[in-house]
Ligand binder design. Structure first.
Ligand code: PA5
Length: 435
């Protein structure tokens, strides 16, 4: 923190952080109905993982492409893990995985039309994911893709290529899955969307892409155990440090990566912290940058703009591949001084140089290091961020497990679309717009 927030201010939150962790396990804090994720890694049994792996294998046998349909917590976790583990130019494990694409995470007409074009001559399947079963974006995408699949294969065969992940009893998707006889997985009532990546919501698409969900869960299990038995205090330290910074006027946290595979980990993290903490007029605004790319755009603001930010750098110790900078006789670009070095050595010096510059520029820096990008480390990282998020929300004094603010746009959208039952809202919004 280099003098920007003193150690005593962080230490002063020690008791509150410990209390936050205790509330997560005792279930005596706000939002206690949504604490199923706290012991989820340990409680995930082998039978479920076997079943998910068997469904994934069946989809891989019959499909070149599987479209995972979902939004928010029903999208970002799977996307983040698959992108982090995949070749940058092929989103699945080479040789064993099936290409996993995503839909229902937007209402882009061009996006959907282009996806339908792409799927026209492909053998494809669908994993439709919605806890409530009523979310508009995935419902529209699923309607289109289901119709396309049924017209390609007929209703019965299409039904064998559709898997639904939803609530155990309620919602339109549950009723449809029952009527059509789709294979289904349940999202437990006590696990909220943004904490659901280690349920079938995330595990099924990740398994279809060819990745080892057992190792992912095992990584999370290890972090769960160490966090709950107190042998790993990183989530406490992270939660109390970011709250000390917030109290010192640092209102924006930027998650920084130096590995393009982590772009969607930033998106997942933004949702986790944004929806959990941004309420009651409070909360750190979570932003993310991909460096060094964004050093050539947002770098100026971060170095020199208003001093209301701090950074959390997510650093990967060792890349999976080795590539060295070639020597060039002519040396017209002047790069021979780094010839023979690994690309990652340059990247790490960019990371260190940036951190030092930003600290000099008044930007406190937190650093989270993982040894490598693999299922095990990602599982641990996911649990670390989830635990810290719950603790942090309790320190902040909010219910980290609800999201009342996401309803406002839906009400307006339904009123504007004249959804039956919204007549009063439609009249009110038309009056407001002067129509
Ligand atoms: O974290 C959340 O609860 C939300 O982001 C939801 O995941 C998102 O709104 C999608 O909801 P559903 O799975 O019910 O379609």
């Amino acid at each position: 923190m280099a003098g920007m927030v003193d150690a005593a201010a962080i230490a002063a939150l020690d008791a509150e952080a410990r209390k936050g962790l205790e509330l997560l396990t005792s279930g005596e804090g706000a939002g206690a109905d949504f604490l199923g994720w706290v012991k989820l890694p340990e409680e995930t049994d082998d039978a479920l993982l076997d079943d998910i792996n068997a469904t994934a294998a069946r989809l891989r046998e019959t499909c070149e492409v599987v479209v995972a349909v979902g939004i928010g917590g029903s999208y970002l976790g799977a996307k983040a893990v698959i992108e982090a583990l995949s070749d940058s130019f092929a989103p699945y494990r080479a040789g064993t995985g099936t290409r996993v694409l995503f839909a229902g995470q937007n209402i882009g007409e061009d996006y959907m039309a282009e996806l339908q074009d792409y799927l026209r001559d492909k053998k494809f399947g669908i994993i439709v994911i919605s806890k409530s079963g009523t979310t508009t974006e995935p419902a529209i995408a699923f309607r289109l893709l289901k119709e396309q699949l049924e017209s390609q294969l007929g209703r019965e065969e299409a039904g064998r290529r559709i898997v639904a992940v939803t609530d155990a009893q309620r919602g339109a998707l549950r009723s449809l899955a029952t009527t059509e006889g789709y294979k289904t997985y349940v999202i437990a009532d006590n696990v909220g969307g943004r904490f659901s990546v280690l349920t079938p919501v995330g595990l099924l698409p990740i398994a279809v892409a060819g990745y080892d969900i057992r190792a992912l869960v095992e990584g999370a299990r290890n972090m769960q155990k160490a966090t709950l038995d107190g042998s790993d205090t990183s989530s406490l330290v992270y939660a109390q440090t970011r709250n000390a910074l917030y109290r010192a006027g640092k209102k924006i946290e930027i998650l920084v990566n130096y590995n393009p595979k982590l772009h969607f980990m930033g998106e997942w993290w933004k949702q986790l912290y944004g929806e959990s903490e941004g309420k009651d007029g409070k909360g750190i605004f979570p932003a993310a940058v991909d460096n060094t790319t964004d050093l050539h755009s947002m770098g100026q603001w971060i170095q020199d703009g208003e001093r209301i930010i701090f950074e959390t750098v997510l650093s990967v110790e060792t890349p999976s591949r080795e590539l060295r900078i070639p020597f060039d006789e002519a040396n017209l670009d002047g790069l021979n001084f780094i010839a023979g070095k690994r690309i990652d050595q340059v990247n790490k010096m960019a990371e260190l140089g940036t951190r030092l510059a930003h600290i000099d520029g008044g930007v406190p820096n937190i650093r989270v290091v993982i040894p490598a990008l693999n299922e095990d480390t990602l599982g641990s990282l996911i649990y670390f961020f989830e635990a810290a998020c719950g603790i942090s929300g309790y320190i902040l004094g909010v219910n980290p497990f609800n999201q009342p603010g996401v309803e406002a746009y839906k009400r307006n959208m339904f009123a504007l679309l004249e959804k039956p039952g919204y007549e009063k809202e439609t009249a009110a919004i038309k009056a407001k717009l002067g129509e």
